[in-house]
Design a protein. Sequence first.
Length: 117
Amino acid sequence: MTPMLLGMIAMILYNLADIYFVSRLGTSELAALSFTFPVVFLIGAVTVGFGHGTSSVCARLFGAQKIEDVGRVTIHAVLLAVATCAVLIVAGLLSIDPLFGLLGADEATLAIIHRYL
């Protein structure tokens, strides 16, 4: 199995455990979690992609004995990840109500979604 596939499987198992424990809180909480799952999964997939892409580039540079470039690529990858997270946080906070309202979440579920995200 490829490392990226293992990362995705780990994310799915984490979310299944999350669903199990949240389901014990009630159906409204489980509904809120269900609404947020695609968003959380997308963000997780992007971060796994960043990690594996950076790992691949660094491995090739390391194999080519370009050790100084490994540090440069790593720093740029971290900066890109921080910038991407900042953009996603702002976009996410501004779009919670419109996005989940379009998906059919009612006011009570939106309140729980705000707490979860």
